[in-house]
Ligand binder design. Structure first.
Ligand SMILES: [Mg+2]
Length: 171
């Protein structure tokens, strides 16, 4: 009954999504969350690992959109130096931003992966958009103000999926 909240894959870090991993699955575009997916929610700029990952994807011809519910100033400060297309104030799991990203990337649904650290926004939104969804373990255990509320619901969903044997990593 909660299948719209269940990711297609789960990994411990976005860096597992190498060009090889993605190409094997026919993926040509990545829509990635920012806070606690690429860097800790309170870190302003990219790490060397993030920069290297984006470079690898770019060289492999894989398109990237950074899609975040956070403010324009936060997301632009992070994305602009990397020259990556971004959508801020995305209001995930609402569908408007997903449609915009799909149009911008000019790819089919089965060629796009959505990656993020939250079931209620990233995974639910990506599933509703009929895209392949990947859940990552949050980079830090703390969260911004609004995310704290979602996490309480998320913990119950995680527990439910664990009992059903559908999500298998430990915290
Ligand atoms: Mg996040």
């Amino acid at each position: 009954m909660f299948s719209k909240f269940l990711p297609n894959d789960h990994v411990d870090t976005v860096f597992k999504l190498s060009p090889e991993f993605l190409k094997e699955r026919g993926i040509k575009g990545v829509i990635t969350d920012l806070d606690n997916t690429l860097v800790a929610w309170d870190r302003k700029d990219a790490t060397p690992e993030v920069i290297a990952w984006f470079k690898e994807l770019k060289e492999a011809g894989i398109k990237v959109t950074i899609m975040s519910n956070n403010s324009k100033s936060r997301v632009a400060y992070f994305s602009d130096p990397l020259e990556i297309y971004f959508i801020s104030k995305a209001r995930k799991p609402m569908q408007t931003a997903f449609r915009r990203a799909k149009k911008e990337m000019e790819l089919n649904n089965d060629e796009i992966v959505v990656v993020g650290d939250q079931l209620l926004t990233d995974v639910f939104g990506g599933n509703r958009a009929k895209l392949h969804t990947v859940l990552v373990v949050p980079i830090v255990k703390t969260d911004g103000f609004f995310t704290k509320f979602n996490r309480q619901i998320e913990r119950r969903l995680m527990e439910y999926f664990r009992k059903k044997g559908k999500l298998t990593w430990e915290e």
